[in-house]
Design a protein around this ligand. Sequence first.
Ligand code: CTP
Length: 401
Amino acid sequence: MNIVVGITGGIAAYKAVGVVRALVLAGHDVHVVATDAALRFVGRPTLEAISRNPVHSDLYEGVAEVRHVALGQRADLIVIAPATAHTLAKLATGLADDLLGNTVLASSAPLVLAPAMHTEMWQHPATVANVRTLVERGAQLVGPGSGQLTGSDSGPGRMAEVDDIVAAALAAAGPRDLAGRRILVTAGGTREPLDPVRFIGNRSSGKQGVALARAAALRGAAVTLVVANIDDGVLADEGLPGVEVVHVSTTLELQEAAQHAAGEADVVIMAAAVADYHPESVAQEKIKKETQGDELELRLVRNPDILKELTAARREGQLFVGFAAETERDRDALLELGRAKAARKGVDYLVLNRVGWSEGFATDRNAVTVLNAGGDIVGDADGTKTSVADRILDLVIGDHD
Ligand code: CTP
């Protein structure tokens, strides 16, 4: 693919070198268009060596070959990383006072933007409006994430990680093979309240489910994401254009939202970690040690099995994907647990992963094995949760085309 990587003037420009490198290593012909400000942050020789092409920055160079439109016309994909607040404003209004502005205007290729700026700038109504305009016009946003910024401050505004930018870019230019599909994804972990301040919960971060929702949306699906108790950062990190997000907390709330959305869905992916029990009664006031003494007994009652109920009521052609996070260390025994669970839940596919005190939860990586309804292994995936999400979609949906 012929890819233009636009680099604008933010400190995150140094990370753009990684984006260029990954795209070149993936076999693409990469042309860097850098603003003058970007070249104050990262050197032209670095970008030329890594991209293996001349770096373009001047509107008045290469006039004879009409470079200001040629780069855009030839591009199959434009990625701008970092995209500063200033650049977003320029692109939103269609300004063409530099080579990058001209290149974008002269192109009908997918446009992927990786914003990077301080939190105040990202949250400023001007930037919010510009981003909305660009997204409505079809630009694909990746990030920004939440985290440590250049100074001592932290918050949303940090440029997305290189792997995620590359994955979003390639997905934006890739086939929209899920266009026309309705997909319901559940993510996070349900919580069951004990009293107004306490709950029984689990350690699911929701990252894999959110990555699935995002990957499906990037591939053209209409996605509903029902999330239970995930950090704001997980949603913001992923940037979720085209995904309808429904927030819930308890298992019963998740059940209601999932049942509602499942009615319309062609594919249901239950990545949420669902609490199997809830306290028989919820104290209306904070439970006190003085009244409980040295021991506190909790009576828990079973929650409904949401997935089992959904598969029991399946419509013709509906596809169900369950998840199973198991602590079993022996691979054969793990697969047996997975096979039994796939059968018990009535799913078409079961995504099996091992979890432990330090495995599986909250990390950005995952390793899974996907089983079909009959318990056969249809594939494995190991990598970032973003890449695992795409692989799962390939395995469970691609299989049916
Ligand atoms: N699940 C569900 N409703 C529940 C419990 C689980 O819909 N009450 C779904 C999960 O979202 C997941 C799949 O079922 O997709 C398997 O979840 P898991 O917790 O591994 O299964 P359980 O049936 O709870 O079995 P276990 O006794 O092993 O916890």
